[in-house]
Design a protein around this ligand. Sequence first.
Ligand code: FPP
Length: 216
Amino acid sequence: MDGNGRWAQAKGLPRLAGHKAGVEPVREMVKACSELKIPVLTLYAFSTENWARPQDEVTDLMGLLSFALRREAEMLHKNHVRLSAIGHLEGLPQSVRTELERTIERLKDNTGLRLNLALNYGARQEIVDAVNRLIAEGRKSISAEELSGALYTAGLPDPDLVIRTSGEMRVSNFLLWQIAYSELYVTPVFWPDFSREHLYAALADYQSRQRRFGRL
Ligand code: FPP
């Protein structure tokens, strides 16, 4: 969900205004993906590298996350959404963890869209954690399937499509193992401006592609 800061800057607003404006597209994408029967939507909301931002911005983002989770729980429930989170959740402020746990618990019996939030998430750390888990279990050698099963995303399908907003041509430590064969879609649109129409354009582009998974 990239481009909140630049969206705000372009309007002469503080960066927090961009993050606040970024909550509306989150709501829209959850509703749109639910309607389209997309099974899983993973949102990269906070990376392990994001702690290096100014303390004020980190505090604001954490406040916004717990506020948005509390405010949107009812909307998520109405849309039959189930919630999960990946990342080092123990490193998040207690207020965010409490709100997250409460919302996950409230939505746990829902059978619609699985909304997966990447929070304090980094893909290299995820792979290192998985390998260490397998070592702790006494494994001497492992298969690709076993490694997949030890990642935070165990049980979830690999993403078919990765959408990156704000025009950045980078993967930025996001689901590195899982996106080996994902289709990538980069749009110049800043996240706060990302609308249903932009999602539909990304999906139409995805549908026009031929996925070969390394085969002919
Ligand atoms: C990246 O833009 C965005 C973030 C680091 C925060 C994303 C979080 C939200 C939209 C809050 C709501 C989320 C949920 C799940 C309720 P940036 O600040 O890197 O933008 P820039 O590259 O233009 O500076």
